[in-house]
Design a protein around this ligand. Structure first.
Ligand code: XUL
Length: 522
């Protein structure tokens, strides 16, 4: 058997792959296809469809099919022989859902190698769009589910999260309410992760406990759907959901389509896909409690493996399954990469100029603060976007461009610290991953705000790496400790240490930022 394992990551803005070689301990390839650039025909520059309603965010699931085809076709171009791959797993943006008909539910996907995946999937969709994690349009459904299930404490203690707008259960309820006929025709509802896994195997894939916990439907303690939550969400829902399973489950082999069309070996095992945050937890080596991870991707998240589930009394944080067993806690902010890019564009800057702006402005930013809600926010819940400033007249007027950029980054770092207090972990080290982790100035601010060392890994794509490691663990029986010691070593040159004088400034600023946010948001 070969020793190559393929990890895929279908995120908001791209499909990426990481291939690892277990025999040599090397990560041999990283590939990424940006949806906006590579697939302009889907009109989704940032991976989702434009919508005049800022609360509605949906993607075209056929885009994800097209990307999977293209990526498999391109493997040889990157020196990867699909036939040498010994196992595959994957990661998907969390919470998004795909709606398919009774034929798909019964027989899975019969794709013709002479055509493409999108052609096979299109007639099976009962809903042309997939609501994604950026959607905030389901406040009414959250309230209805909460009331029907017996209150917020009940929902939170059962599922690990209060009912929240982007989670799959409230999204399913909205679909049932607005398109009852299409809901009735729906045979199976997949997460992005289980949908992509189903494409690979041609059979309906299980939903893993890591990603399944982001649906407001799973009874975390039992590892099964909660009948109370199913009933509170939509009728006959259990029959439309794949079974939840441990993340390490081998769910089948690659289908004939991938064998005939791309040359994968018949029988190549596919391991259940999970969510991008659970996969990142593995990909940065954070599988056991003790490591706190900050992911600076399209969303900004902070998460950590937890020995036992701890729920957020403020209702913003979540408990998901840890693919290595047990649980992980997480907070998520929607105003991540795209908000920083919006601030950069407003100031007419390039990324090197952003880095320079952070270098010339002082910690604490002369007291200039921003609430950076370029789009509706999740943590805390802000449904009406808007950027609120506090500070000097020049800053208030938007004339201080460098200060504006620093204010956005400081806000992004301060809110990570403030909203993770409920987890009860005081890290002396943060592992930082995701696209913006290459930005040294940003990581210095994180180190100073948390008064903790920042470690960075060689790959920004920890979700795809985590998926490859999960495939290796499940298929080859490799253990987590040695896998992560080999593949997730932080690079010593990339380490950033806190500056004690800056840490003092931020310790004082935390309370001021919290009070500013509270005064504006209630
Ligand atoms: C987590 C969340 C986001 C998405 C991004 O709850 O909504 O981090 O997983 O892909």
């Amino acid at each position: 058997m070969g020793k190559l394992f393929l990890g895929l990551d279908s995120s908001t803005q791209s499909l990426s792959a990481v291939v690892i070689d277990l025999a040599s301990g090397g990560r041999i390839k990283e590939i990424s296809l940006n949806f906006g650039r590579e697939f302009p025909e889907f009109d989704s520059p940032s991976g989702f469809l434009e919508n005049p309603d800022a609360l509605v965010r949906q993607s075209n699931p056929l885009l994800w099919c097209a990307a999977l085809d293209r990526l498999c076709a391109e493997l040889p171009k990157y020196g990867i022989n699909p036939a040498a791959i010994a196992g595959i797993s994957g990661s998907g943006q969390q919470h998004g859902s795909v709606y398919l008909d009774a034929e798909f539910a019964k027989n899975g996907l019969r794709a013709d190698p002479a055509r493409d995946l999108a052609a096979a999937v299109a007639p099976r969709l009962t809903r042309a769009v997939a609501p994604i994690w950026m959607d905030s349009s389901t406040s009414a459904e959250c309230a209805e589910i909460t009331a029907a299930a017996g209150g917020v404490d009940r929902v939170r203690s059962l599922s690990g999260s209060a009912a929240v707008e982007r989670f799959t259960g409230p999204q399913i309820r909205r679909f049932f309410k607005t398109e009852p006929d299409a809901y009735r025709r729906t045979g199976v509802i997949h997460l992005v992760s289980s949908f992509l896994a189903s494409l690979l195997t041609g059979r309906n894939a299980h939903i893993d406990l890591g990603d399944g916990a982001g649906m407001n439907l799973l009874d975390l303690a039992r590892g099964d759907w909660s009948q109370l939550l199913l009933d509170a969400t939509a009728p006959e829902l259990r029959a439309k959901l794949p079974l939840p399973m441990a993340s390490a489950t081998q769910i089948g082999a690659v289908s004939d389509y991938f064998v005939k069309k791309y040359g994968f070996a018949a029988g190549t095992p596919v391991v259940a896909w999970s969510g991008d945050n659970p996969c990142s937890l593995i990909g940065v080596g954070g599988w056991r409690p003790g490591t706190v991870v900050v992911s600076l991707g399209t969303s900004h998240t902070l998460f950590a493996a937890m020995p036992r589930p701890v729920v957020d009394p403020d209702g913003c944080g979540h408990v998901f399954g840890n693919p290595a067993g047990g649980f992980m806690s997480l907070i998520c902010f929607k105003n991540g990469a795209l908000a920083l890019a919006a601030a950069k564009d407003e100031c007419g800057m390039t990324w090197p100029q952003v880095e320079a702006a952070l270098a010339v402005t002082p910690a604490g930013n002369h007291g200039n603060l921003i609430l950076p809600y370029y789009v509706p926010e999740i943590t805390p819940l802000v449904l009406k976007p808007g950027v609120v400033r506090k500070g000097t007249p020049a800053f208030m007027a938007g004339r201080d461009k460098a200060e504006t950029l620093r204010a956005v980054v400081e806000a992004q770092a301060l809110r990570l610290a403030l909203h993770s207090a409920w987890m009860g972990v005081t890290p002396d080290c943060l592992r930082v991953t995701g696209g913006a982790s290459v930005n040294r100035g940003f990581c210095q601010i994180l180190a100073d705000v948390f008064n903790a060392r920042v470690e960075r890994l060689a790959t920004g794509n920890s979700a795809a790496l985590g998926a490859a490691l999960r495939a290796a663990q499940a298929v080859a029986g490799a253990d987590w400790a040695s896998l992560t010691a080999t593949f997730c070593k932080p690079s010593a040159e990339a380490e950033i240490v806190p500056d004690p004088s800056h840490a003092e400034v931020y310790a004082a600023l935390r309370a001021e930022y919290a009070a500013f946010a509270k005064s504006r948001l209630g």
